[in-house]
Design a protein around this ligand. Structure first.
Ligand SMILES: CCCCCCCC/C=C\C/C=C/C(=O)SCCNC(=O)CCNC(=O)[C@H](O)C(C)(C)COP(=O)(O)OP(=O)(O)OC[C@H]1O[C@@H](n2cnc3c(N)ncnc32)[C@H](O)[C@@H]1OP(=O)(O)O
Length: 281
C-alpha cells in the first residue's frame, strides 16, 4: 500500500529478529501472531531523542512489520519512564556536520512517510512527554491514548526554529487550522487534559492502564477488513504525504540552509543551555 516512492530508500539493517521478537539498541519489538498486534517500545536513553540512527531504526522496524503477513497493527510506546520522545535530537542540528545534517533530515522525512502511510493500524500509547518530533510521531498514528500529567505539542518556535510544513499539515489534519495556527505561533505544549479537549489525543487513561487500553482499541482496528481499513487511511492521508514526496530534495536543502544560519545556531545553543540549567536547579 505505501507508495513505491516510500520504498526508494533501503533502510539500514540494524534490527534483529528472533522469532516474534525484534531488537535493536534503541527499539524493542514483539509481535503477537495470534492477535496480529506488534508492540514497539522506544528505548533511546535518556529521552528518546530522534537522531539519524534512531530514525532509521524506527523506519526499518515499520518496514519489517509491514512485510510480516501476520502483523496488522502496531502500538508505539516508550520504555523510558515519563518520556514518550523529546523530539529531534537537538545535537543533530547544533553545530552540525553538513553531510550528516542532509542525511538526518532525509531519515526524518522517510521515517515520517513510512509511519504516516503505513497500511498497519497504528496507536500511540503516549506514556510521557511528547514535544515536537515526539508529537509528530503521535499525530502520525491512527489513534492516540495519553497518560495524565504530561505535555505534547509542536513547540519549535520556543527553540527559535519553525515547524516544517509537513509537521504543520499533520497537526492541521488532527486539530484543525486555527488551533494549529495558535499552537505553532506560541510553541504550545498542551497538558494531557488540554490535548484531549482539543482533539490532539483521543483518550486519556492512567499510566497503569495505558497498554491495556491500547490493546483494546487496537483489537477494534484489526477486526476491520484489512484492505478496506488501510485504503480508508490512504484516502485521508495520501494528499498530505504526496506534498512532501514531491518536494523531498528541496525540503532537505531548505532545512539545511535554515539550520546553518548563525541566528538559528545561536537559538539552539541558548535552548540547550537552558535545558542544562533547568536540570541543575
Ligand atoms: C524556510 C523554512 C525552512 C524550514 C526549516 C525547518 C526547521 C525545523 C527543524 C526542526 C524541527 C524540530 C523538531 C524537534 O523535535 S526539536 C526538539 C524539541 N524538543 C524539546 O524541546 C524537548 C526538550 N527537552 C525537554 O523539555 C526535557 O528534556 C523533557 C521534558 C523531554 C525531559 O525532561 P527531564 O526528564 O527533566 O530530562 P532532562 O531535561 O534533564 O534531559 C535529560 C538529558 O537529555 C537532554 N535532552 C533533552 N531533550 C533533548 C533533545 N530534544 N535533544 C537532545 N538532547 C536532549 C538534556 O539536555 C539532558 O542532557 P544532559 O544534561 O547532558 O543529561
Amino acid at each position: 500500500m505505501a507508495s513505491s516512492i516510500l520504498r526508494r530508500f533501503i533502510p539500514r539493517k540494524t534490527t534483529w529478529m528472533y522469532g516474534q521478537r525484534m531488537m535493536s539498541s534503541t527499539i524493542d519489538v514483539s509481535v503477537d501472531e495470534q492477535t496480529g498486534i506488534a508492540l514497539m517500545k522506544m528505548k533511546r536513553k535518556p529521552v528518546n531523542s530522534l537522531n539519524l540512527e534512531f530514525l532509521q531504526d524506527i523506519r526499518n522496524t515499520i518496514v519489517t512489520l509491514e512485510q510480516n503477513k501476520k502483523c496488522k497493527g502496531l502500538i508505539l510506546t516508550s520504555d523510558v519512564p515519563k518520556i514518550f520522545s523529546a523530539g529531534i535530537d537537538i545535537l543533530e542540528m547544533y553545530q552540525p556536520n553538513e553531510e550528516r545534517l542532509h542525511n538526518f533530515w532525509r531519515a526524518l522525512q522517510d521515517m515520517w512517510l513510512q509511519l504516516y502511510m503505513t497500511p498497519l493500524a497504528t496507536i500511540a500509547a503516549i506514556n510521557g512527554h511528547s514535544p515536537a518530533g515526539g508529537c509528530l510521531i503521535s499525530i502520525s498514528c491512527d489513534y492516540r491514548i495519553m497518560a495524565p500529567n504530561y505535555t505534547i505539542g509542536l513547540n519549535e518556535t520556543l527553540l527559535g526554529i519553525v515547524a516544517p510544513f509537513w509537521f504543520k499539515d499533520a497537526m492541521c489534519n488532527t486539530v484543525g487550522y486555527r488551533e494549529t495556527e495558535i499552537a505553532l505561533a506560541l510553541g504550545k505544549l498542551y497538558s494531557t487534559d488540554e490535548a484531549l479537549q482539543k482533539g490532539l489525543v483521543d483518550e486519556v487513561v492512567t499510566s497503569e492502564q495505558i497498554m491495556e487500553a491500547a490493546q483494546r482499541k487496537m483489537l477494534e482496528y484489526v477486526k476491520i477488513p484489512n484492505m478496506a481499513r488501510a485504503m480508508s487511511k490512504q484516502l485521508m492521508r495520501q494528499e498530505t504525504a504526496d506534498k512532501l514526496c514531491s518536494t523531498q530534495d528541496s525540503d532537505v536543502q531548505n532545512f539545511v540552509n535554515f539550520c546553518l544560519q548563525d541566528k538559528v545556531q545561536q537559538s539552539l545553543g541558548f535552548y540547550l543551555e537552558q535545558l542544562k540549567k533547568r536540570k541543575s536547579k
